[in-house]
Unconditional design. Structure first.
Length: 645
C-alpha cells in the first residue's frame, strides 16, 4: 500500500489543463514512499488507501498557517482514485476553501450519509459512480464533468451546479435542494421524484428521459431544455419556465402552480389532465397531440399555438386567449369544459368542438364565418354574444349543428385522444417506455402502421385510422338526433335570451320546436312503444305541425295572417258549394260568400239567430267564429312576441 513520503519530498505532478485561468498548477502533496508522485497521482493500479490519504491532506490544510497553503492542500487536480469512501464522515476544515477534484478520474466516490460542510469541486472530473444518499452537502460543482451514475436520494443540498455535465443515470429522489442548476447538461435518464427545491434550472440541458413526479419546485427554469420524454406529474410549485423547450412526450398530470410559460415550446404528445395553474401560456408553441382534461386555469394563453389535436375537455378556464397558428388545421376540443370569457382569434382552419361545454363572454374574431367550424351539441351559453358578426349566424340561417368539412376531424380527434388516454392509463403513469409497433397495437387495440422500434406514445401521435370510441360517440357531429338537437337549440335560445339578443333567441326557438316535432315523429314510429303512447306522440306531432304552419311557433305573425286568409277562403267555399240554399239572397255572386265568411271569422253572433237561417248555416258560422277568435288571439300573441323580440 502506498503512503506519503517525507514532508520534504513533494509530488512532481504539474498541469495547466484543469485550472480556471490556464496557469500551471503544482501538486502540494507529499510524494508516496518510493515514488515521485503523491498517492493521488499514481497509476490506478497502485494499492492506495485513498480515504486515509485524503483526510491526511485535509489535516495538513487545517494545521497550515498560510491561507494559501490551506487552500492548496485541499486541491487534488487531475487525481486518479479507484475508490474514495467518505460515507458517514464529516468533512469540515473550518474554512470555506473547496475540496478541489477538478479533472480527477474517480471510479467510485461514496458520500452516503456524509456531512460535506466544505464546498466540493468536480469540474471536468470523470466519475463512474457518485453516491450521496442521505448526505448533507453545502456546495457541489461539477461543470463539464462526466458521470456514469449519480445518486443523492434523500440528500440535503444547499447549492448544486452541473454546468455542461454528462450523466448516464441520475437519481435525486426525496432530495431537498436550496439551489440546483444543470445548464447545458446531458442526461440519459434523471429521476427527481419528490425532490424539493427553492430554485431549479436545466436551461439548455438534454434529457432522454426525466421524471419529476411529486416534486416541489418553487422556481423551475427549463428554458431551451430538450426531453425525449418527461414525467412532470403531481408537481407542486409557484412558477415554471419552459421557453423554447422541446418536451417530446410529456405528462404533467395533476401539476399545480401560479405561473407556467411554454412560449416556443415543442411537444410530440402532451398530457396535462387535472393541472391547476393560475396563468399558463403556450405562445407560438407546437403542442402536437395534447390533452388537458379536467384542468383549471385562471388564464390560458394559446397565442400562435399549433396543434394537431388539443383537448380541454371538462376543463375550467376563466379567461381563454386563443389564436391558433396561421395554417393550423387541428381540432380544439372543449367538450364539457367551462370557458367563462376571453377571446378567440382564428386565422386558420381550426375546428372547435363545443359539445356539452359552457361558454361565457367569449369574443370571436376570424377571417370568415366561424359558426360552420363550431361543433355545438348540448352547449350551454352564459353571457355569450350571438350578435358577433364573426360568428356568421345570419348567413348560416341560425343553423348551429352543421359542421362543414370538420365532422371527420372532430371524430378523428375524439378517437385519437381516446386512444392516447387509454395508452396513458394502461402504462399506469410510468415514464413512456420504448416498445415496438406490435406492443403499441396491443396497448391501443388499434392498427398502428409504424415499422421498427417506436414509442407507444409516438404510435398514438402518428395514428391515422378510425377508433371505435369515435364511432360510439353519442355527441359525434352528424348524428343529428332530434331530441339532442332540441336540447341544443333550447340551450342556445336561453343563452341568447340572457344576453339580450332577441332575434337569435327567436330563430333558435323555431329550430328547437322543429326538432321537437321531428322527435315526436320518431317516437310515433317507434315500434317499441305501446299503442296509446304512439297515438299520444302522433297527436303531439300534429299539434306541433299546426303551430308551425299557422304561426311559425309564435315568431312569424305574417303566417297567422296567411293562415287566417286560408281559413276564410275555406269557409267561403263551404258556404258557396254546400249551403247556398240557406242564403236568403237571390242569385248571390261567389264574392258574397267569401265576404260573409270574413264577417263570420271576425264576429261572434250574440243572441238567437234569424228564424230563416238553417241549422247547418248556423253551425258552420259558429265554428268559423270560434276559429276566427282563436286566430285573432294567435295573431295578438305572435305580434306581441315579435315586437318584444
Amino acid at each position: 500500500m502506498s503512503t506519503p513520503g517525507d514532508e520534504g519530498e513533494t509530488c512532481d505532478y504539474r498541469t495547466t489543463e484543469h485550472t480556471d485561468d490556464g496557469s500551471v498548477w503544482e501538486c502540494p502533496h507529499p510524494a508516496a514512499e518510493g515514488h515521485d508522485r503523491c498517492p493521488f497521482h499514481l497509476p490506478a493500479s497502485e494499492d492506495i488507501d485513498a480515504r486515509a490519504v485524503f483526510f491526511d491532506a485535509l489535516q495538513r490544510a487545517e494545521t497550515a498557517d498560510d491561507p494559501a497553503a490551506q487552500k492548496r492542500h485541499k486541491q487534488f487536480l487531475g487525481a486518479t482514485i479507484e475508490r474514495l469512501d467518505l460515507s458517514n464522515e464529516v468533512v469540515d476544515g473550518g474554512d470555506n476553501y473547496p475540496v478541489d477534484l477538478r479533472g480527477a478520474v474517480v471510479e467510485s466516490l461514496d458520500c452516503r450519509r456524509a456531512s460535506l460542510e466544505q464546498p466540493f469541486r468536480l469540474d471536468g472530473a470523470e466519475v463512474d459512480s457518485l453516491t450521496g444518499d442521505e448526505s448533507t452537502v453545502q456546495r457541489l460543482s461539477a461543470a463539464r464533468a462526466t458521470f456514469g451514475s449519480v445518486s443523492f436520494d434523500r440528500a440535503r443540498i444547499e447549492h448544486l451546479e452541473f454546468d455542461d455535465a454528462t450523466v448516464e443515470a441520475a437519481t435525486f429522489r426525496y432530495a431537498t435542494m436550496e439551489f440546483a442548476d444543470f445548464p447545458d447538461a446531458t442526461f440519459e435518464s434523471a429521476d427527481f421524484q419528490y425532490v424539493e427545491t427553492e430554485e431549479f434550472g436545466t436551461i439548455g440541458a438534454t434529457f432522454r428521459t426525466a421524471t419529476f413526479f411529486g416534486a416541489i419546485l418553487r422556481g423551475g427554469y427549463f428554458d431551451d431544455t430538450q426531453f425525449e420524454s418527461v414525467d412532470f406529474e403531481w408537481v407542486r410549485g409557484t412558477e415554471y419556465h419552459f421557453d423554447g423547450a422541446d418536451l417530446g412526450i410529456a405528462t404533467f398530470e395533476g401539476t399545480t402552480g401560479w405561473h407556467a410559460d411554454f412560449t416556443d415550446a415543442t411537444f410530440r404528445t402532451a398530457h396535462f389532465p387535472d393541472v391547476e395553474i393560475d396563468r399558463c401560456r403556450f405562445a407560438d408553441a407546437d403542442l402536437g397531440v395534447a390533452t388537458f382534461e379536467g384542468a383549471a386555469f385562471e388564464t390560458l394563453g394559446l397565442e400562435g399555438t399549433a396543434f394537431r389535436a388539443l383537448s380541454l375537455a371538462d376543463a375550467s378556464v376563466q379567461s381563454l386567449r386563443a389564436r391558433p397558428a396561421t395554417g393550423c388545421e387541428g381540432c380544439l376540443s372543449l367538450r364539457d369544459a367551462v370557458v367563462e370569457g376571453g377571446w378567440l382569434t382564428d386565422a386558420g382552419r381550426v375546428v372547435y368542438d363545443l359539445a356539452e361545454a359552457t361558454v361565457g363572454d367569449l369574443s370571436l374574431e376570424a377571417s370568415g364565418p366561424l359558426v360552420s367550424r363550431l361543433h355545438i351539441h348540448g352547449t350551454e351559453f352564459e353571457g355569450f354574444d350571438f350578435g358577433q358578426a364573426t360568428l356568421g349566424l345570419e348567413a348560416a340561417q341560425y343553423v348551429l349543428h352543421e359542421l362543414e368539412g370538420g365532422a371527420e376531424r372532430v371524430s378523428q380527434t375524439t378517437g385519437l385522444l381516446a386512444a392516447l388516454g387509454t395508452l396513458y392509463e394502461r402504462l399506469d403513469g410510468d415514464p413512456p417506455r420504448t416498445v415496438d409497433a406490435g406492443h403499441a397495437r396491443e396497448v391501443l387495440d388499434v392498427d398502428v402502421t409504424d415499422a421498427g422500434v417506436v414509442s407507444a406514445l409516438e404510435a398514438a401521435a402518428d395514428y391515422e385510422g378510425p377508433v371505435d370510441a369515435a364511432a360510439a360517440d353519442p355527441d359525434a357531429p352528424g348524428s343529428h338526433d332530434p331530441g339532442a338537437l332540441e336540447s341544443t337549440y333550447r340551450k342556445a335560445k336561453n343563452g341568447a335570451d340572457e344576453s339580450g339578443n332577441s332575434t337569435a333567441a327567436g330563430r333558435f326557438f323555431e329550430r328547437q320546436m322543429r326538432n321537437r316535432r321531428r322527435n315526436h315523429a320518431k317516437l310515433a314510429l317507434d315500434g317499441d312503444l305501446s299503442g296509446p303512447a304512439r297515438a299520444l306522440k302522433t297527436t303531439e306531432w300534429l299539434r306541433n305541425a299546426v303551430l308551425s304552419v299557422a304561426t311559425g311557433y309564435g315568431e312569424r305573425p305574417w303566417r297567422v295572417i296567411v293562415s287566417s286568409v286560408g281559413v276564410i277562403g275555406f269557409y267561403g267555399l263551404v258556404y258557396w258549394q254546400l249551403i247556398r240554399p240557406s242564403f236568403d239572397v237571390p242569385n248571390p255572386s261567389p264574392v258574397e260568400y267569401f265576404v260573409f265568411s270574413a264577417q263570420s271569422f271576425i264576429t261572434f253572433v250574440v243572441g238567437p239567430p234569424p228564424a230563416a237561417t238553417s241549422f247547418w248555416l248556423r253551425a258552420v258560422t259558429a265554428s268559423e267564429g270560434f276559429v276566427g277568435a282563436f286566430f285573432i288571439a294567435l295573431f295578438v300573441f305572435a305580434l306581441t312576441r315579435r315586437v318584444h323580440r
